[in-house]
Design a protein around this ligand. Structure first.
Ligand code: NAG
Ligand code: NAG
Ligand code: NAG
Ligand code: NAG
Ligand code: NAG
Ligand code: NAG
Length: 396
């Protein structure tokens, strides 16, 4: 039985957690919280104040991915806010029936070009409300529409951490935050049991930047994961291996999320086989549809990131992206031997076309053992499911 003192401490702990989150964070010029920049960049216990994420007793762990929610479109028209009402309904419907263990918001949370300086991050409160209500742990990546004159990735993350107690989103160290435009690079550990020494699954989140810089003299921001992130991957993996053992030896799996697909994904589309690589394929990839392809002179700028990810992160089950609303397919990228999957466009905001509809990608780990690949499929708002594959060595 808990003593009165323990109860008091417990409730004070919860209250002080909320107060801490609401406190203003010191900023430098690019909106990067100083406290995070000065903290240990390679701390292997990054969430001391939050519950440890664990596999269920039956060995499963279910992730539901909402992508391209595009809140805040055309607030001056009736249809703009109505889209957000619809997106919130979709989130509530899906979360209540899917009951995921973790939720990923995979970029373009907000249509930033339609927001106002004075209240742009208020939209974050709307987006996280269904997650707060169901007390679901989650984290976010950010997209090209989340960097605009009146909003930045850093501001969205700061707001999320203030209003969502179960957000696991973190700030990258300042030297790996893409000159301030790509602060959302971090990893999240998932343990088999809460008492385990080390995680059996690491979820990786990368910030592919894009969009436009803040302020009146806004200019285009590079749309690829910054090359310094390659060094961050190297150092992070080296720290993990030293403390926990190499991933292949201790059976540690990984899964990666990044809003804009790596540029190599563009080469996969002409060779899709709708039997092996099921899912909507209605968005022809071209300029700007994948990383570092907006301007010809930038082509391949995401190579350092892509090479480091695939060389260093062992037992990588796959890489998951949004951005191209008309694509849902998965395909193995054979040069790196890694499975790539598109999300499902979730938001009523953002471009769409007849028949595309809205939904989520589910990813279910069936065991903490990385030799057992997760199962993944698209779930539409009305409950229909399709494009199911197993992300393991037998996949195409
Ligand atoms: C909202 O969803 C309803 C169907 O539930 C649809 O008829 C309507 O067009 C949607 N509104 C917008 C603005 O997307
Ligand atoms: C940014 O917000 C200001 C203040 O609300 C508004 O006047 C301006 O039009 C917005 N800028 C853009 C590019 O949307
Ligand atoms: C932000 O302010 C604008 C005008 O000042 C208003 O039209 C809009 O609805 C507000 N948005 C939010 C999310 O509060
Ligand atoms: C934006 O650019 C104009 C023209 O170069 C300059 O006069 C102005 O001071 C700049 N504004 C800001 C806020 O940097
Ligand atoms: C990462 O490590 C690999 C292998 O040790 C090395 O070849 C590569 O140059 C490193 N990359 C960076 C950016 O440090
Ligand atoms: C597509 O995949 C199916 C199933 O694996 C296979 O039978 C078929 O030959 C493939 N088609 C092409 C054109 O490769």
């Amino acid at each position: 039985m808990l003593s009165v003192l323990q109860l008091l401490m417990a409730s004070f702990g919860v209250a002080s957690l909320w107060i801490c989150r609401a406190a203003p964070v010191a900023q430098n010029r690019v909106g990067f919280p100083r406290a995070a920049a000065q903290s240990d960049d390679f701390n292997l216990n990054p969430y001391p104040g939050k519950p440890r994420l664990t596999f269920n007793e039956d060995g499963t762990f279910k992730i539901t991915v909402f992508s391209d929610l595009h809140y805040g479109e055309n607030p001056w028209d009736v249809w703009g806010p109505q889209q957000d009402v619809n997106s919130t309904t979709l989130m509530n419907t899906v979360l209540t029936s899917e009951k995921p263990d973790y939720v990923v918001l995979n970029g373009d949370l907000i249509t930033g070009e339609n927001t106002f300086r004075e209240n742009s991050t208020k939209l974050i409160d709307e987006i996280v409300a269904p997650l707060n209500k169901l007390k679901l742990p989650f984290s976010s990546t950010h997209g090209n529409h989340d960097n605009e004159p009146n909003i930045t990735h850093a501001e969205e993350i700061k707001r999320e951490l203030q209003v969502a107690p179960l957000s696991y989103t973190r700030f990258a160290p300042s030297w790996a935050n893409g000159q301030g435009y790509g602060p959302g690079t971090y990893w999240v550990p998932v343990y088999t049991k809460a008492t385990d020494h080390s995680p059996s699954l690491v979820l990786w989140f990368f910030d592919s930047r894009g969009g436009f810089s803040e302020g009146v003299n806004s200019t285009r921001v590079p749309d690829w994961v910054d090359e310094n992130v390659a060094t961050w991957i190297n150092l992070t993996v080296a720290t993990m291996d030293a403390a926990w053992g190499p991933a292949e030896k201790v059976n540690r799996g990984s899964l990666a999320f990044v809003h804009i697909p790596p540029h190599v994904v563009q080469d996969l589309q002409p060779n899709l086989n709708s039997t092996q690589d099921p899912g909507l394929n209605a968005d022809e990839l071209g300029s700007g549809s994948t990383q570092a392809t907006t301007l010809p002179q930038d082509a391949d700028k995401d190579d350092p990131f892509w090479n480091a990810l695939n060389a260093q992160v062992k037992n990588l089950h796959g890489v998951i992206s949004g951005h191209d609303h008309g694509n849902e397919w998965c395909k193995r990228e054979i040069t790196k031997n890694v499975i790539f999957c598109f999300d499902k466009h979730s938001g009523y905001g953002g471009y769409s076309s007849t028949g595309w509809g809205h939904g989520v990608r589910n990813i279910v780990f069936r065991s903490p053992d990385p030799n057992v690949g997760p199962e993944t499929w698209i779930r539409m708002e009305d409950g229909e499911t399709h494009a199911r594959i197993i992300m393991d060595s037998s996949y195409n």
